[in-house]
Design a protein around this ligand. Structure first.
Ligand code: SAM
Length: 322
């Protein structure tokens, strides 16, 4: 399936494509039906996979769309930049989500100002979509970066990201390093642009046992590290661009305000859709939701707002050292 999102994040189109889907799943014919079939379009997306919007479709279309969104393989395309992702091969890698795309949308003015032959770093790269987008967009502006470096704590993420960037790297040197918990910034160089869509859901102290996995969404340690040490990664005139969530901004925003000039590039209200946190099915999820509601001020809508009870505000912040 191809998920195509327009540059302004105003429309998301989902397509079945290629023989495996059109002939294998839909029992059609690429010759008669074409290489791509539009499954559904959604205006003003707030999630890449939005079960509530899918449920509003007419029943015959709803069921087929729902099953396509459940497929492990998808291609995400935003503003002419595409990445293939297979969750069955890389289950621990964060698939490009609405926060990923909001970050890409917000990068335009920063990319306009980035110098020729510059260098970019993505911390917590997941699939690498943001670094891929920055690299391709700079090249389109005639300013291909000399280096794109990616860091993640998850080895599978580096594998996916390297695969995505290397095939279109051209003159850009693509390099990776494996981060370590509490020591994410294992890089020696300085960069013109550092980008980060970090984990941002705070976990309650009683769920902070080291036995708990370092899931891609939980904890704020990476934000703290970047706030205190990120300036040492930047060339003069460079920027750090990051995603900040209302689920942690009371704690984490002051870390940046203390020693950075902070500018908001984009804002979007989106549902909180991390089932490990929101399902209410496990004791851990119930404790987590209680904590986010009572301590973090998570707003719970009852009845649900546009299909979801829990929402957060995402902001893309551009930070420059003072
Ligand atoms: C919310 S995901 C974002 C992934 C990707 N940048 C995107 O926007 O699609 C956060 C990523 O940070 C990584 N991460 C978490 N803690 C980290 C650490 N201490 N050092 C490096 N990466 C880390 C996770 O493995 C995950 O890939």
């Amino acid at each position: 399936m191809r998920i195509l999102v327009d540059r302004d994040l105003r429309r998301l189109d989902a397509y079945a494509e290629g023989p495996a889907e059109i002939e294998g799943i839909l029992d059609g014919s690429v010759r008669d039906d074409g290489e791509q079939l539009l499954l559904a379009s959604f205006d003003d997306p707030v999630l890449v996979t939005d079960p509530w919007r899918i449920a509003q479709l007419p029943p015959s279309r709803r069921d087929v769309v729902s099953s396509f969104f459940g497929l492990p393989r998808r291609t995400i395309e935003y503003d002419g930049v595409a990445l293939d992702f297979d969750a069955s091969r890389h289950p621990r890698v964060w698939s490009p989500s609405i926060d990923t795309l909001l970050m890409c949308k917000a990068l335009a003015p920063v990319l306009d100002e980035t110098r020729e032959n510059g260098s970019v770093l993505e911390v917590g790269c997941g699939s690498g979509f943001i670094a891929l987008y920055a690299m391709q967009s700079l090249r389109r502006r005639g300013k291909a970066p000399s280096e794109a470096h990616l860091i993640d704590i998850e080895p599978q993420a580096l594998q996916v990201a390297m695969g995505a960037l290397e095939s279109v790297a051209g003159s850009t040197l693509v390099t990776t390093s494996l981060g370590r918990r509490g020591d994410a910034l294992r890089v020696r160089g300085r960069y013109d642009l550092v980008m980060m869509n970090p984990p941002y859901i705070r976990r309650p102290a009683d769920l902070a046992d080291p036995a708990f996995k370092d899931n891609p969404w939980e904890g704020v340690a990476l934000l703290r590290e970047l706030a205190s040490e990120g300036a040492s990664l930047l060339n003069p005139g460079g920027s750090l661009v990051l995603v900040m969530s209302s689920l942690c901004d009371g704690l984490a925003r002051p870390w940046f305000d203390a020693s950075w000039e902070v500018e908001t590039l984009a804002t979007l209200d989106v549902p909180l859709k991390v089932y490990a946190v929101t399902s209410g099915l496990t004791a851990k999820s119930r404790a987590w939701m209680e904590y986010l509601r009572d301590v973090e001020g998570l707003v719970v809508h009852d009845p649900p707002l546009r299909g979801y009870t829990t929402w957060q505000r995402l902001e893309i912040l551009r930070c420059r050292p003072r």
